[in-house]
Design a protein around this ligand. Structure first.
Ligand code: GRF
Length: 194
């Protein structure tokens, strides 16, 4: 299976996914693309020999369709079977999602359905949660709400700040996303819980 990965920043989840796609894996990375030409993940992917592309969403103002049309040129050229959103911070239109329905994954830094959207760690802390984590789900038109493919739980520790909790969750993301992609690429959509 051919995997394209969309990023917006450092791409630590992208790197974890790429590192997991060894020769015995049913998938391999064919493109890393970003909405930000300055995303350091692009340099890291290029250093690994992976084709990269950047489409600066700020060039398109409010015209999401035009931004996505240009992004799709790069994606379609790579002919991916699976699209992985990994720290990708742009909302995609229903039209784009429809193109990849059933084969587009996202990782979200909370135990969905709790805390869809942003600032998940601050919300968990202010709610006094003793547990947090991350979720890999299929992307559907409703934000952060598609079928869950996997979750990893981490403890919230006394004295945790947003940063210490974020770091613990990010570490779990780097374990969960590769585990889910390996199953998904092999045709197994049963959810896994770490
Ligand atoms: C992190 O906040 C992570 O929790 C979320 O996207 C952000 C950046 O991740 N999934 P990455 O290092 O760019 O993969």
């Amino acid at each position: 299976k051919r995997v394209a990965i969309l990023i917006s920043g450092g791409g630590s989840n992208m790197l974890a996914l790429v590192a997991s796609m060894t020769t015995d894996h049913p998938a391999r990375p064919v493109l890393v693309a970003s909405n930000d030409p300055a995303a350091t993940g692009l340099t890291r992917a290029a250093a690994l020999g992976i084709p990269v592309a950047a489409v600066d969403h700020r060039r398109f103002g409010k015209d999401r369709q035009a931004f996505e049309a240009e992004l799709l040129q790069h994606i379609d050229a790579a002919q991916p079977d699976i699209l992985c959103l990994a720290g990708f911070m742009r909302i995609l239109t229903p039209g784009f999602i429809a193109r990849f329905e059933g084969r587009m994954l996202n990782i979200h830094p909370s135990l969905l359905p709790k805390y869809p959207g942003l600032h998940t760690h601050a919300r968990a802390l202010s709610a006094g949660d003793t547990e947090a984590g991350c979720t890999v789900h299929e992307v559907t038109a409703e934000l952060d709400a598609g079928p869950i493919l996997g979750q990893a739980r981490v403890p919230v520790l006394p004295g945790d700040s947003e940063d210490t909790l974020a770091a613990r969750v990010l570490h779990a993301e780097h374990r969960l996303y590769p585990a889910v992609l390996r199953r998904f690429a092999a045709g197994d959509r049963s959810p896994c819980f770490l």
